[in-house]
Each structure stands twice: as structure tokens, then as C-alpha cells.
Write a protein that binds this ligand. Sequence first.
Ligand code: HEC
Length: 258
Amino acid sequence: MRRVVLTIGAAIGFLAVNIGMTACGADIPPAPKASTYAPAADLVKAVDDYIAGIADILESQEDFKDLQAKVIKDAETIAVLALVLGLHDENTPYKAAAPALIKAARELSAAAAKDYASAKKALGALEAAKSSVGDPNGLKWEKVASLKELMEQVPLVNSRLKRNMRRFERQAEVIAVDSAVIAAIAQGSMANLDETNKPENAEQWFQFCAAMRDAAAQINKAAKAKDAAGAEKAVTALAKTCDDCHAVFHPEALGKTE
Ligand code: HEC
């Protein structure tokens, strides 16, 4: 009898611990200061570049037709970069503009999925949002972009970064911006756990996102220090984080990261 009671007691205790762990597990772990992985100046440059790139595409309806998917991807990326700038420990004009930037970038993504005229109008609103002054204090780590769009952006940025590694000295600044973008996407993707095929593996998801963020941060630091060997090492470390995560969360992408 005593043994049964103990067993039931242990079972209840086990359940309680497990439920408790699951509840905590789904909470995004506290993020390090953004300046340690994605310097604000790099993210500001990236936001400006993405907006300018979209403006370029939207100059002509033909280009828009050909590059509609890119406009959507870039708009989603801007939303995440703006969130990191809004939560950043370094102050830039885009910190106060972040709430409006996120909203306008999301609207641009939806508009670009519709038609050219809607996309043009939404781009105007996004450009206006750059100089808006809002309150970033209401921002928190939450989903502002689609995982699929972000994960299609990552290999594009990563390939460009690797190409630029061949001209490291000359391209160090561009490499710094691209690595900051990858780090910001990695941190932002923590909020996309529910879109993965294994939402129950929260701890692993957060760990892989953090590993990707931290490897990209090392590239950024090496680029700023003009340390080519250090950057090479960090690029290799970053590639490993891609594979580690895909092995669990997206085996289809294994070997497709080159
Ligand atoms: C934290 C986990 C994680 C990390 C780290 C990660 N990925 Fe992914 N990746 C995913 C998931 C999940 C998908 C599937 C997304 C979807 O389609 O919903 C994916 C999809 C992809 C795809 C396929 C996109 C397509 O067209 O379907 C490529 C390519 C890719 N990732 C490249 C990379 C590269 C390169 C890196 C490293 C620089 C990387 N990923 C890092 C989780 C990760």
C-alpha cells in the first residue's frame, strides 16, 4: 500500500514538473543585448538597403512581376530587423520608428502578395514610417514575420556573405551588415517555434537559433576587426549551426546550404 501511495505521489510530482517545464520551455529565453550580436548601425544600413532595393523593383511593373517573391521576403525581413532595432540597447532613429516600421513592413508584405498598385502604396507608407516617432516600449520578442520567408532569406544572405569573404578586406563592411542581418533573423526566429514541424522541441529550437545568432555575431566582430582568419572560422561555425538545426527541424534542407 505504502508503495502504491509513493508511486502515485511520484507520478503526480513527475507530471507537475513536466507541465511546469513545458510551460517554461515555450517562453523565449531572455535575449542578450542586441549590440553584442547585431550592432544597430549595421541593422539601420540593412533596413535602408532593403527598402531601397524594394523601391528599385517597384519602379516598374515588369520587375515587380518577376521579383514579387523577393519583395515579400525582403518586407518580412525588414519587419524582423525593425523589431530588433526597436528592442535594441543602442539608440537610433529606428528605435522610435520601430512600431510603425514593423506594421508598414507587414502591410507591404501582404500588399505585394496582391498587386503592383497595392505594393506601391504600401512602400510609400513604409518609407514614411522611417521617420515616425512611436513608443518602442510596448515591443517584445514575438512573431513579426513568417518562418518560411525568413528561412528563404537566410541562404541568400549567407551565399552573398560567403562570396564576399573572397574579398574580405574590401568587403568587410558589407560582410558586417549581412552577418548582423543573419544574427537578427536568428534571434527573431525564436518566436516562430509554432511554425516548425516540432513545436514540442522548444528548448532545442531556442538553442539552435541562439547558436546561429552567436556564430553570425562572431563573423560581425571579425569583420569589424578586419580579422580574416577569425571570420573564416566563424563562417564554418555558422554553417554547422544551419546543419545542426536542419537535422532536427528541416532535414529536407540538409546539404542545401551552400
Ligand atoms: C534554428 C533552426 C535553423 C537554423 C539555425 C537554420 N535553419 Fe534553415 N530552415 C529551418 C527550417 C525550420 C526551415 C523550413 C522553413 C519552412 O519552410 O517553414 C529551413 C529551411 C531552409 C532552407 C530551404 C528553404 C526553401 O526554399 O525551402 C534553406 C536553403 C535553409 N534553411 C538554409 C539555411 C542556412 C544557410 C542556414 C545557416 C546560415 C540555416 N538555414 C539555418 C531551420 C533552420
